[in-house]
Design a protein around this ligand. Sequence first.
Ligand code: DHK
Length: 151
Amino acid sequence: MTSPIILVVNGPNLNMLGSRQPEVYGRDTLADIETAVRGHAAALGFDIEFRQSNHEGELVTWIQGARGRCAGIVINAGAYTHTSVAILDALLAAEVPAVEVHLSNLHQREEFRRHSYIAKAAKGMICGLGSHGYLLAIDALARLTREARKP
Ligand code: DHK
């Protein structure tokens, strides 16, 4: 039997993790995060599709593609979090439970980072816990999907 799929979507500049402002985003690379996420998800019985793009439309297309196919979405939309109605609409259209993740604590940063368009479509948001936030998001989706499957 095939395992349910969790789509992990990463937005702009997250390909630079490891070298990008490590005091803000930590020292893990995106490849480190992918490895940790895959291992954690496998232990919980999920397959992972792990994606990153610097292009808004590509993120929208991946989210649309999750509809009817993926059990959950973990999304760190990077700066598009604070600007993108298109990503919000894609998440609403996908009708797949989504958890929003941010490595940094948005509430300790510039005022413009406090508002998230994604939040309206997300079951919850994890921010400020670094790369561990991705694993917590997988835990949350495992629980949410288990609850949804209860008779
Ligand atoms: C990542 C980014 O690239 C920023 O634009 C967001 C988020 C915060 C993060 O903390 O993971 O404002």
